[in-house]
Design a protein around this ligand. Structure first.
Ligand code: ADP
Length: 544
C-alpha cells in the first residue's frame, strides 16, 4: 500500500518564495570591491532575481545550459544562485583562484554559454577569452572596480537588469532537474564536476539548518567567508533564504581586519570558512581589540581544525569552533561536531579532544569505514579505513567523465568512496586521519600527516605547518615538515628543540631529520586555501 501524501517537488524557487513571503524585510549585506557596504532587503533581492530570470531568457539562455559565474561573495552572486536554476538552467560557479589551464578546462568541459563576472575580476578572464569555446558573452557586475578594456563581448549587469521586466514566470521543474555544477578543486587530481539537482539542494539546505548541525535560523547573522565559487558556499546562500538568516557577504576582503570589522559592526553570529582564514584572524584579534562577542560559532571545514585553534578561540575570545567535514561531491555537508550531553559534561581536555574530531553524520548522510577489501570495519574509534558515504545530496556519478579515476569512486552497491581515511567511535563521532593519498608510509608503518600537522600547530611558535612524504631508499618515505613561524618567532626558531617537542608524541622513526624541517615564510595553498601538498612534493622531487 502506498502512502497518500502529495508529490511535492523540492525545487529551488520554493526556497526563494519563502524568503519573499516570510522574511521580506530581512537584510542582505555585501562588502564591495571598493570597500563600500551595500544593503538591501530580501524583497528587493526577490524582485531583482525575477528580473534576472528574464534577463537570462532575453540573453537566450536555454533550459539545461550552463551559465558560469566568476565572482566574489555578494548580493549579485546570490541573485545568480537563484535566477539560473529557477529558469531550469545550471549555475556553474567558477573558482577564481584556479590556474588558467584548469579554468579553461572547466569552462570548456561544462560548455558554459555565458559568464557573469565581477568587474574587479575581468582582467583574469581577458587572456583566456579566446580559448573559451562556448562562451557567447561576459556579463559584468559593477563592483566599483574598473572593467578590463581587453575583455570583449561584454554587457553590463545593471544595465540589463534596469531594462528587464518584473514578470514572475517560474517554469514547473522536476525536482531532479540539474541546478548547479561545481568542480572539485583538483587537490588530488584533475577537477571533476559534481552536478547538484534541485532536490539535493533543497534537502541539503534543510540538513544544514537542523539544531544539531549548524542550527541556522532567523536569529542568525551569517558571514560566509567560504567563497560562493567553492563547494556551493557550503549551502549557506540557500539556507539563508530558507530560514531568513541575514547574510553578510565579505566580497574580496578575507583577511583579519575587514573580517573583524564585519563581525563587530554587523554583529555576526556565525561565520564559516577554512582554517587558513581563521588562523590569521586569531592572530589579528590577539593584537587588536575588536568586539566579537556576538559570535556563537565559527564553522571550520575544508581541512582539519587544529585542536590548538579550537582551544585558543575558546579560551581567548569565548568563541566556539564548530568543526564540520564535507566534500564538493557531498554538496558539501557530511558531519558536524556538536557535543552530546555525555561529552559536554566532561572537563575541557575531553571536550577539546572531541571538538577536534569531525563529528556526527548529518541526518540523511550514512557513513561507514571499510578495509582494503571493502569489508566494513567496526565503529570502535580505533579501526581506520576508507570512509564511504551515501545519501540524497551525494553524487552518484561525476559529470561527463568516463575516466577510471572517476568511475572507481563508487562501489557497486551504491556508496561513494571519499578517499579519506577515518575512524568512527562507538558514539558515532568521525575522525579523519588523513586523505588516502596524503598518508605517509615510513619504515612500513602509516603516519597520519594531519596528526603531525595538528601537533606542530599547537607549538607556541608555529603559525602553520604541513607534513608530506619524500621518497627515501631506507625508509620508503621520509617525513618532511614545512612550517611558518609566528610573527616575531623566526629568529629564535630552533629545529633541535622542535625535534624534542615532536618526540613527546611521535616515535623515533616518525620524527623528521633536521634537514627535512623547512622553515619557510609561506606554505603554498590550493585555490581553496588548503596546503598544496602536490606542489610541495614536486618541489621535493626537484630538489633531490
Ligand atoms: P578538493 O577535493 O579539491 O580538496 P573539497 O573541498 O571538496 O575539494 O575537499 C574535500 C576534502 O577536504 C575531504 O575529502 C577531506 O579530505 C578534506 N576535508 C574537508 N573538511 C575536513 C575536515 N573538517 N577535516 C579534515 N579534512 C577535511
Amino acid at each position: 500500500m502506498q502512502g497518500l501524501m502529495m508529490d511535492y517537488s523540492l525545487t529551488i524557487e520554493k526556497i526563494l518564495f519563502r524568503a519573499r513571503d516570510n522574511f521580506p524585510y530581512q537584510e542582505i549585506i555585501s562588502r564591495m570591491a571598493d570597500e563600500s557596504i551595500h544593503r538591501y532587503k530580501f524583497i528587493n533581492f526577490y524582485e531583482r532575481t525575477v528580473k534576472l530570470m528574464n534577463v537570462l531568457r532575453t540573453l537566450g539562455v536555454k533550459k539545461n545550459e550552463r551559465v558560469g559565474t566568476f565572482a566574489w561573495n555578494s548580493y549579485r552572486h546570490l541573485e545568480l544562485y537563484f535566477a539560473i536554476p529557477c529558469i531550469g538552467s545550471v549555475l556553474h560557479t567558477l573558482n577564481i583562484r584556479l590556474f588558467p589551464e584548469q579554468l579553461k578546462f572547466i569552462v570548456n568541459h561544462a560548455e558554459d554559454q555565458f559568464i557573469f563576472v565581477d568587474a574587479s575580476l575581468t582582467k583574469l578572464l581577458t587572456p583566456l577569452q579566446d580559448e573559451f569555446k562556448t562562451v557567447k558573452k561576459f556579463i559584468v557586475m559593477e563592483d566599483g572596480a574598473p572593467v578590463d578594456p581587453g575583455l570583449k563581448n561584454t554587457v553590463m549587469y545593471e544595465e540589463l537588469l534596469s531594462k528587464a521586466e518584473f514578470k514572475e514566470d517560474f517554469p514547473l521543474l522536476d525536482e531532479n532537474q540539474a541546478a548547479a555544477l561545481c568542480y572539485t578543486s583538483g587537490t588530488t587530481g584533475d577537477p571533476k564536476g559534481a552536478l547538484y539537482s534541485h532536490r539535493s539542494t533543497y534537502l541539503h539546505s534543510l540538513g544544514i539548518c537542523l539544531a544539531d548541525t549548524l542550527a541556522l535560523s532567523v536569529n542568525d547573522i551569517i558571514l560566509p567567508v567560504v567563497p560562493m565559487f567553492h563547494v556551493n558556499c557550503w549551502g549557506i546562500p540557500y539556507a539563508c533564504c530558507l530560514t531568513g538568516s541575514k547574510p553578510v557577504f565579505p566580497g574580496a576582503h578575507l583577511i583579519g581586519k575587514p573580517l573583524a570589522e564585519l563581525i563587530q559592526n554587523e554583529k555576526v553570529t556565525l561565520a564559516a570558512g577554512v582554517p587558513s582564514i581563521w588562523n590569521p584572524l586569531y592572530q589579528f584579534l590577539k593584537k587588536n581589540h575588536y568586539d566579537v562577542s556576538s559570535l556563537r560559532g565559527l564553522v571550520v571545514g575544508g581541512s582539519a581544525a587544529p585542536r590548538a585553534m579550537i582551544e585558543n578561540f575558546d579560551k581567548d575570545f569565548g568563541v566556539k569552533i564548530i568543526h564540520a567535514w564535507g566534500m564538493t561531491e557531498m554538496s558539501p555537508l557530511g558531519t558536524v561536531c556538536n557535543l552530546i550531553p555525555e561529552i559536554k559534561s566532561q572537563d575541557n581536555s575531553v571536550k577539546y579532544k572531541y571538538m577536534a574530531k569531525q563529528g556526527l553524520g548529518v541526518p540523511m548522510v550514512e557513513m561507514k569505514i571499510v578495509d582494503d577489501e571493502g569489508k566494513t570495519l567496526p565503529k570502535d574509534g580505533v579501526s581506520n579505513g576508507e570512509l564511504l558515504v551515501r545519501g540524497p545530496w551525494i553524487i552518484k556519478e561525476y559529470y561527463k567523465t568516463d575516466s577510471e579515476d572517476a568511475k572507481s569512486a563508487f562501489t557497486l552497491d551504491g556508496w561513494f568512496k571519499t578517499g579519506d581515511i577515518a575512524s568512527i567511535d562507538k558514539m558515532g563521532y568521525l575522525e579523519i586521519t588523513d586523505r588516502k593519498k596524503d598518508l605517509i608510509k615510513t619504515r612500513g608503518e602509516w603516519l597520519s600527516s594531519v596528526e603531525m600537522e595538528n601537533f606542530l600547530m599547537s607549538h607556541e611558535s608555529i603559525m602553520e605547518a604541513t607534513v608530506v612524504g619524500r621518497q627515501d631508499d631506507v625508509r620508503g618515505e621520509a617525513v618532511v615538515v614545512f612550517l611558518v613561524p609566528k610573527e616575531g618567532h623566526t629568529e629564535n626558531f630552533n629545529k633541535h628543540t622542535l625535534i624534542h617537542f615532536l618526540s613527546e608524541k611521535f616515535v623515533k622513526w616518525q620524527i623528521p631529520k633536521e634537514s627535512d624541517i623547512h622553515v619557510v615564510t609561506a606554505i603554498p595553498k590550493t585555490s581553496v586555501g588548503k596546503f598544496d601538498k602536490k606542489v610541495l612534493r614536486a618541489q621535493l622531487k626537484g630538489d633531490s
